[in-house]
Design a protein around this ligand. Structure first.
Ligand code: SF4
Length: 427
């Protein structure tokens, strides 16, 4: 949307009191995201009464999921744009619809971007590079395929053009994302006859992007257990500038619960996978995401999961409690877990992970790592990330330095370890 609005002459202010137009881009993946989105809408809608705001727009997954029902409950909103309508933002602002007008295209999913799609990154130092849109799987707890449509991959040639442009604009890290990044290219291959089939795959894509500049970190997020094969692991191992970082959401380890979730692997597959990654890349950083309180989860299932994380010892772990909704197929499953029990399990799991993370962080003390410096906090204090810390979701490094440069790499010696963050100094 920034890419559309900036060339059309709109300027951005971070202060909603000064804005003529307020746009709230929303998420509706889980109940807490829906609540947060609605709270933000109600809070910012006040600026229509007290500020300069003349038009108030809500975009993204919330209107895509709840459609007309949302429009009825939020009369202060002038226009809604679903996930397939981001490119309509300039039209909606230059030719405002009547109050209450609801611009929602059919649920076709977000049109896939190309290198020609106008883009104004809202990050500095690192940029996200979206390579797929949508997902062909049917995890029973997930609304994403309904909102984003089937898997659609960009070609490597197209992604490469955008990657070159981002690198030449000064970005030092490209973070490759999609809803199910590991499946990158599967749709392109199946759409073509076998004799002309192009083999677009994540390993090939990573290789191509990594070759553009050895001074740029390449990282991919949202892999999956069944697509992280030996070829992918060896591709990461073979390239110095591809971060040895594997983000593989497993959700659960109990075979019974994985089956109910519609995930097609079992606990032994997972043990073999993480073992194999560490065999090929002993210092690889592992990140996962786990869900507690899924319908039918017993104490035994939960204990299996707790034992598993103590065995594998992930470097980073995020956990959620199951979020129920009528439009999910998991809603109809038996054995819904009371919220109180799910919260307790979440607490036990995260406490165990906090201990693991703190112990692992202690091991970094005394080591020297290249760090991407991202922000200056005070005169001689900066923050940044190593290759084993992904943006926004993992810890950071506090850097004591007189001369670090934001947006550049620096060699940092680790001096102290906090629960999730590290502290170090430049050499
Ligand atoms: S793979 Fe991810 S995006 Fe796709 S359905 Fe499962 S949880 Fe949702």
């Amino acid at each position: 949307m920034l890419g559309e609005l900036t060339p059309a002459g709109f300027t951005v202010t971070p202060d909603p009191a000064l804005a003529d137009i307020i746009i709230v881009n929303t998420c509706s993946f889980i109940a807490s995201a829906v609540d947060e989105s609605v709270d933000e809408i109600l809070e910012l809608a006040e600026f229509k009464k007290t500020g300069r705001c003349e038009r108030f727009i809500v975009t993204g997954c919330l209107p895509e999921r709840f459609r007309e029902a949302l429009a009825e409950s939020l009369p202060e909103v002038d226009a809604f744009l679903g996930t397939g309508a981001y490119h309509e933002i300039t039209e909606v602002l230059t030719h405002p619809p009547e109050q209450g007008f609801c611009l929602l295209p059919p649920l076709a999913g977000l049109p896939i971007q190309t290198h020609n799609t106008p883009r104004t990154p809202s990050t500095s130092s690192m940029a996200y590079l979206k390579v797929t849109e949508g997902c062909n799987r049917h995890c029973t707890y997930c609304i994403i395929p309904k909102l984003r449509g089937k898997l659609r991959s960009r070609t490597i040639t197209d992604i490469e053009i955008e990657a070159r442009h981002l690198i030449s604009s000064g970005f030092k890290e490209l973070v490759i994302i999609g809803q199910d990044t590991g499946c990158y290219g599967q749709d392109l291959a199946s759409n073509l006859p076998a004799n002309v089939r192009i083999h677009e795959s994540l390993p090939r894509l990573l290789e191509k992007i990594a070759e553009i500049s050895s001074d740029t970190w390449i990282r991919f997020l949202y892999g999956s257990p069944d697509t992280t094969d030996e070829k992918l692991i060896r591709t990461v191992a073979a390239h110095e500038n591809i971060c040895s970082y594997f983000d593989i959401p497993i959700q659960h380890v109990s075979d019974r619960i994985l089956n109910r979730m519609g995930r097609h692997y079992d606990k032994n597959d997972l043990l073999r996978l993480f073992d194999n990654i560490r065999k090929i890349i002993p210092d690889a950083a592992l990140r996962t995401t786990i869900m507690v309180g899924f319908p039918g989860e017993t104490d035994n299932d939960f204990t299996q999961m707790l034992d598993f994380i103590k065995t594998v010892r992930f470097d980073h772990l995020g956990a959620f409690t199951y979020s129920d909704a009528e439009d999910l197929s998991s809603h109809g499953l038996s054995g819904h877990v009371p919220e109180k029990i799910a919260q307790k399990r979440h607490h036990v799991l995260m406490s165990a992970q906090a201990d693991i993370s703190a112990e692992k962080n202690l091991n970094h003390i005394g080591h020297i790592y290249p760090v991407l410096v991202e922000e200056q906090m005070e005169a001689e204090l900066f923050t940044g990330r190593t290759s084993f810390q992904a943006p926004e979701v993992d810890g950071i490094i506090y850097i004591d330095s007189a001369d670090a440069a934001v947006g550049e790499f620096a060699d940092v010696k680790i001096c102290d370890a906090l629960e999730y963050d590290l502290r170090g100094e430049t050499l």
